[in-house]
Write a protein that binds this ligand. Structure first.
Ligand SMILES: *Cc1c(COP(=O)(O)O)cnc(C)c1O
Length: 396
């Protein structure tokens, strides 16, 4: 059995997206900036995609600019708010401890440029608290950036409430919604979102393309200088095949969202129930306030990397709670942020299921994970110490 259970890392392109991309490459290959008919036809396609995407998040087309993906959108949003902060002398930013590195590393860069950053705790359930956010906002706060849904543990933040609070306090609110767009309903107006990042390859579109929503009135800071594309805010000939495919993928994802989420939620909860039977294990992140496709467990006494290799041999593609940074395995900053200690964080497994997941596949995954965990524990020195009482168990 072959099961792809790493949809938070990337998704397979949908047929609709592949078709849109092929159609564009064959028939709409002109440069949208050219004035003759072939160019203007391409320009029409570009603006059609912009309108479709804007409508899905209740933005106006002028508020959408196309980028190379989530990382670029995150960088541009943060540097935009920072530039405004620099102009007004407001140099304090609020974010959370478990943001994506595209946010955290950009914040580190801003710190070197005199910005002060407050990272809100995300607590054991992986959700920030509004009273703590409110208390953290200062006179000189120029930006709040909190992700809509976490990429590792799938927890969903109270975005509308954060937006409302920021609007009331006059602070710009950006959200990295890369895991949410195409998976959760987004309404930038109702949720008072000022800037939002999205990436096509997380909702069955192609890699290397995404968008940044910036509310009318926000003057975007360029990352790339050159031509006047994207109203002068992002130079470079537009990736039209990628953009049209992104629009096709998002239209499909939005149309099927309710049905897909109901199905994924059912299988997710079935997986959580099955994996909970493994002793000395724990679900990471809130059980309900999480993405329909996300299951993340820690198992005491094993290493996540070895689970992945063995699961791969059984046909299952999954992800672990460690990240390879500069050649060393570091436990995930997300799992540390929710209070998992290093050893436990290392023994973590993320399964992110897709829309086509079946009950049979879920049974196979539960069975395989149980076998792999038992096997790895059978020769783990840490597990031996735990069972012999030389070390205390942390997970029940
Ligand atoms: C994948 C991801 C990104 C990065 O998006 P790219 O398009 O791969 O650059 C940023 N934030 C989150 C939450 C993600 O899941």
């Amino acid at each position: 059995m072959q099961i792809y259970a790493d949809n938070a890392a990337t998704t397979k392109m949908s047929e609709a997206a592949i078709e849109a991309m092929n159609d564009c490459m064959r028939n709409w290959w002109g440069n949208p900036s050219s004035l003759y008919t072939i160019g203007q036809k391409a320009k029409e396609k570009l603006e059609e995609a912009r309108e479709e995407i804007a409508a899905i998040i209740n933005a106006s087309p002028r508020e959408i600019i196309f980028t190379s993906g989530g990382s670029e959108s995150d960088n541009q949003a943060l540097l935009t708010a920072a530039a405004k902060g620099n102009r007004s002398g407001k140099k304090h930013i609020i974010s959370s401890a478990f943001e994506h590195h595209a946010i955290l590393h950009t914040l580190n860069k801003l710190k070197k440029n005199g910005f002060e950053v407050t990272l809100l705790p995300v607590h054991e359930n992986g959700v920030i608290r509004l009273d703590e956010l409110e208390a953290a906002i200062r006179e000189d706060t120029c930006l709040v950036t909190i992700m809509t849904a976490n990429n590792e543990i799938g927890t969903i933040q109270p975005i509308a409430e954060i937006g409302e609070l920021c609007r009331r306090r006059g602070v710009i609110f950006h959200t990295d919604a890369v895991q949410a767009v195409g998976h959760l309903p987004i309404d930038v107006k109702a949720q008072n979102i000022d800037m939002l990042s999205a990436s096509a390859h997380k909702f069955h579109g192609p890699k290397g393309v995404g968008f940044l929503y910036a509310r009318k009135g926000i003057i975007l800071q360029n990352l790339i200088e050159g031509g006047a594309q994207e109203r002068g805010k992002r130079a470079g000939t537009e990736n039209l095949p990628g953009i049209t495919a992104m629009a096709a993928a998002l239209k499909e994802a939005a149309a099927n969202m309710e049905r897909d989420n109901a199905h994924k939620t059912e299988i997710r909860d079935y997986l959580i129930k099955g994996l909970s039977e493994i002793h000395h294990s724990a679900l990471n992140g809130d059980a309900k306030q999480r993405l329909a496709g996300n299951v993340n467990f820690s198992f005491e006494g094993i290493e996540g990397e070895s689970i992945l290799i063995l699961l791969d041999q059984m046909g299952i593609s999954a992800s672990s709670g460690s990240a390879c940074t500069s050649g060393a395995l570091d436990p995930s900053h997300v799992l540390l942020a929710i209070g998992r200690i290093h050893d436990v964080a290392h023994g973590s497994l993320r399964l992110t299921i897709g829309e086509d997941i079946t009950r049979e596949q879920a049974d196979y995954m539960i069975d395989s994970v149980k076998k792999v965990v038992a096997h790895l524990r059978s020769f783990s020195p840490v597990w031996r110490d735990l069972t012999e009482g030389k070390k205390e168990f942390i997970l029940k």
